[in-house]
Design a protein around this ligand. Structure first.
Ligand code: T3D
Length: 266
């Protein structure tokens, strides 16, 4: 007897959680993890669940196979199919960026290979970026006649300055990991074989940290658009919140008792 089985379809986004660290792996290795609206929707949904719960205290975004993310899947690019690109960006892509930026938990991009186009943007949206030695970064948009999206034009000039951002986005040249470190695009470069472990070690440290890490993220988030007075006011409000946390009480007790603090994230 022949039993018909449905073709198995690999999930586009792998999720695992360990010690308060949620790892989200873009899983389309055949196309270097090119993104599609359904993949970004899954990513956004996973981030939103993490943001509203207490189980996740840090997030890692990485890619399966030899790429981090090659940007928009060009076989399904909006223009080719007469799809309204505006609604794709608004309804499927921008929400993922907002989810990363609005959640209190720190998000680390573990860039395991090429980050191109919107894949570069996705890495830029994260709080920290660790690159494998073989990782490369390319603002590929110009190569196909597009402008940078997924907030590359927001993050890149803020991160590396307007002149360097103009150079990368207008020339579309490939930046290797050493140059990415020099430019300040990434925080660290590690040997390929160590990337996953280093990212997990860093994420675990953040996950064991106090509630004030999330409040710090909020303060940093608004500093770019605030003047000094406004930012002092933001710090005052958030410090009042931090002082009310049990992690602050634990931090003070641990200091006075000359022992390491054990934070719960509350
Ligand atoms: O429509 C809209 O919504 C507009 C939004 C646009 C946002 C964007 O992100 S635009 C930018 C899109 N991305 C790119 O332009 C990058 C395209 N890819 C490349 O330039 C190169 O693949 C890389 C520089 C990223 C890597 O080069 P390499 O030599 O290491 O790999 P490869 O051989 O080019 O790619 C390996 C496979 O992945 C290959 O498939 P094959 O021949 O083995 O069947 C290649 O076609 C596929 N692939 C790579 N990138 C994409 C892709 N397939 C679909 N979409 C991709 N973006």
């Amino acid at each position: 007897m022949t039993v018909e089985t449905a073709p198995s379809v690999a999930p586009q986004l792998l999720q695992s959680i360990s010690d308060g660290v949620l790892t989200l792996t873009l899983n389309r290795p055949d196309v270097l993890n090119a993104i599609t609206p359904p993949l970004l929707d899954e990513l956004t949904a996973a981030l939103r669940v993490a943001a509203t719960g207490v189980a996740v205290r840090a997030v890692i975004i990485t890619g399966a196979g030899r790429g981090f993310c090659s940007g928009q899947d060009l076989r399904t690019a909006s223009g080719d199919r007469g799809i309204d690109v505006g609604s794709v960006l608004r309804e499927h892509y921008a929400p993922a960026i907002r989810a990363i930026r609005s959640m209190d938990q720190p998000v680390i991009a573990a860039v395991n290979g090429v980050a191109a186009g919107a894949g570069f943007s996705l890495a830029l949206a994260c709080d920290l970026r660790i690159a494998a030695g073989s990782a490369t970064f390319v603002q590929a948009f110009v190569r196909i006649g597009l402008i940078p999206d997924l907030a590359s034009t927001y993050f890149l000039p803020r991160l590396i300055g307007p002149a360097r951002a103009a150079e990368l986005t207008m020339l579309g040249e490939t930046v290797d990991s050493a140059r990415a470190l020099q430019l300040g695009i990434v925080n660290r470069v590690v040997p390929d074989a160590e990337l996953a472990a280093v990212a997990m070690e860093l994420a675990s440290r953040l996950a064991r940290g106090p509630r004030s890490i999330g409040l710090t993220k909020r303060a940093l988030e608004v500093s770019g658009q605030n003047d000094l007075e406004a930012q002092l006011a933001v710090e005052e409000r958030l410090q009042i919140e931090a002082i009310g946390t049990s992690d602050f009480a634990e931090g003070i007790s641990a200091f006075l008792e000359k022992r390491p603090a054990t934070f719960t994230g509350a």
